[in-house]
Design a protein around this ligand. Sequence first.
Ligand code: C2E
Ligand code: MG
Ligand code: MG
Ligand code: MG
Length: 282
Amino acid sequence: FAKKKQGDAIQLFNNALLNTFKTDAKIERDLQTALKGREFELYYQPLKDLKQRKYIGAEALIRWHHPKSGVLYPGAFIDIAEQTGMITAIGEWVLEAACKQLNLWQHHNLNLSMHVNVSAKQFFSASLYDQVWQLVTRYRLKPNTLILEITETELMEDVVYATNLCKELAELGVGLAIDDFGTGYSSMRYLKQFPISKLKIDRSFISDLGVSHESREIVSAIIAMASALNISLTAEGVETTEQEQFLSGLNCHQAQGFLYSPALREAEFSAFLEESLLQKLH
Ligand code: C2E
Ligand code: MG
Ligand code: MG
Ligand code: MG
């Protein structure tokens, strides 16, 4: 009986695994057609400067207009793209599209910065620096307007390489932000060594502000540390005015979250900015 039960379990496991493989293989094929068929689109989530009380930039977030499944969020395909290596081509497309958009904004005298997520594979690939250099040159991007985001755990995969690359990017005028800060392998020791321009406090700490004394202490410690090290700081996932007030009270520079806006298509993002400027004038 035990043997049969175990057999069933294995069978069940195999079926589940097989289905995962089937869907992954299908997603992989779909990803390839998606790149060719222009099914990806960058959405832009506004970033607010809490002191100046205005929007100063955006984070580019990828969306996939899947012909059958509708709009897919990165959670549904970025991992598979990473495992299959497709992330390199997708990441190149993302960087190019974001820089093109940033150039358009600058052309229209919009003083905005652009945050772009990069995966470890992309960050540590030999071609990243050249690609960024070419984009910065071709689109004549103003210094310090392009910021790459990477998680601390990913950054730590090769500290020596990452330090050098950060320095070279900094010389190009390209910033580096640590995404989801506080959730990964801690990098306190390296904070002084990396020329990091920004920390983004993970949204789990922000969503806990109202209920967790510990989260409040952690967030205020991160804010104090960033300020002492002269690193700029963004709070992710701000959803309520209470959270915003807490952050402003501690002199947190910037915030991003559904309180202001989710990520928007480019036309909607522009309309959002215009609307916010009009409101400020009145
Ligand atoms: P992330 O870089 O930490 O981006 C922030 C995520 O939090 C976004 O999810 C955003 O929509 C969501 N978010 C923003 N404000 C709020 C809020 O107030 N409440 C809540 N609950 N969520 C909020 P999204 O767009 O689904 O992206 C998920 C992750 O996928 C990103 O996390 C990023 O790591 C990755 N990703 C997105 N675009 C790209 C890309 O172009 N390339 C790579 N490599 N990764 C990407
Ligand atoms: Mg990010
Ligand atoms: Mg991220
Ligand atoms: Mg994040």
